[in-house]
Ligand binder design. Structure first.
Ligand code: NDP
Length: 244
C-alpha cells in the first residue's frame, strides 16, 4: 500500500469494473474518493459502501457524459482534487453498424468528457497532482471496433500533449492501457465454452485474462509519490498481450 492520506481522487466510471477497482485501491491507500457513475445507482452505492466498509472515505456523483460534464462539476462543488482518473468509456460497434449519432455519443463519452473534465478540474487540482487517463491496448492492436479504437488513440495523444503544459505545476499526466480485462465490457469472454478466453490467454505473455485489480495497482503506482518523475507516458498494462 502507498500513502495517499490527505489526498482527494476523482475516478470516473467507478461504479463497476476497472473504475471500481481503482476507486477501492486509491481509497485503501488513504485517498478520499469521489465515485463517478452514469446510471447504476445501486452499483455506485456498493462501491462507496465497500470503501467505507474497509475504513475509507467516498461519495458518489452521477453524470451521463453524453449530456456534458456540468452535472459532474455541480456534484463536486467546493472540492480540491489531487488525483483525476478519466476511466469511464463505452464501446461503439464494428464498421457498418455505427450510426452518426452513436459515433458522436462514443466520442462524447470517451474523448469530449475527459478533455472538458481536465479543463474544468485544472483550477481545482492541487500542484503536484496526478492526471491518469485509461486508454486501451487497441491503440497498438487492430480490432474491428474502429470508433472505440479511435477514441483511445485520441486519449493517448491528449496525455502526451498535455503533460508539458502542466510541468510547471508539477502535475503529471499519464495514460494506462489495459488489455482484455474481466469486466462487463467483455461479456463475450464468458459467452462460449471457453474458446474466447483461451484465444486471449494464448497470445498473452503472462497467460491469463487481466483482472480489474491489475489495472488499479498500476494506476495506484502512477498516483503515488514514487511516480513523481513519470509524465507523458503510456503504460501498457496487459500482461504482455500480442507482443508478437
Ligand atoms: P465497464 O463497462 O465495466 O464500466 C464502465 C463505467 O463507465 C461504469 O462505471 C459506467 O457507469 C460508466 N459509464 C458508462 N456509460 C457512461 C456514460 N455515458 N457517461 C459516463 N459514464 C459512463 O468498463 P470497464 O471497467 O471494462 O472499462 C474501464 C476503462 O478501461 C474504459 O476506459 C475502457 O475503455 C478501458 N479498457 C477496458 C478494457 C477491458 O477489457 N475491460 C480493456 C482496455 C481498456 P454505470 O455503471 O452507471 O453505467
Amino acid at each position: 500500500m502507498r500513502d495517499l492520506s490527505g489526498k482527494t481522487a476523482l475516478v470516473t466510471g467507478a461504479s463497476r469494473g476497472i473504475g471500481r477497482a481503482i476507486a477501492e485501491r486509491l481509497a485503501a491507500d488513504g485517498a478520499r474518493v469521489i465515485v463517478h457513475y452514469a446510471s447504476n445507482d445501486d452499483l455506485a452505492k456498493e462501491t462507496v459502501a465497500a470503501i467505507e466498509g474497509a475504513g475509507g472515505q467516498a461519495y458518489a456523483v452521477k453524470a451521463a457524459f453524453e449530456d456534458g460534464v456540468d452535472a459532474l462539476f455541480e456534484g463536486i462543488q467546493g472540492e480540491r482534487l489531487d488525483i483525476l482518473v478519466n476511466n469511464a468509456a463505452i464501446l461503439a460497434g464494428v464498421l457498418g453498424t455505427v450510426s452518426e449519432e452513436q459515433f458522436d455519443r462514443v466520442f462524447a463519452v470517451n474523448v469530449r468528457a475527459p478533455y472538458f473534465i481536465i479543463e474544468r478540474a485544472l483550477p481545482l487540482l492541487n500542484d503536484g497532482g496526478r492526471i491518469i487517463n485509461i486508454s486501451s491496448a487497441v491503440v497498438r492492436i487492430a480490432l474491428p471496433d474502429l470508433v472505440y479504437s479511435m477514441t483511445k488513440g485520441a486519449l493517448d495523444t491528449l496525455g502526451f500533449s498535455l503533460a508539458p503544459l502542466l510541468g510547471d505545476r508539477n502535475i503529471t499526466v499519464n495514460t494506462v492501457s489495459p488489455g482484455v480485462t474481466e469486466t462487463d465490457m467483455n461479456a463475450w469472454l464468458r459467452a462460449d465454452d471457453g474458446t474466447a478466453e483461451r484465444a486471449v490467454t494464448e497470445v498473452t505473455a503472462l497467460g491469463r485474462i487481466g483482472r480489474p485489480q491489475d489495472i488499479a495497482d498500476a494506476v495506484a503506482l502512477l498516483a503515488s509519490e514514487e511516480a513523481r518523475w513519470i509524465t507523458g507516458h503510456v503504460l501498457d498494462v496487459t500482461g504482455g498481450y500480442f507482443l508478437g
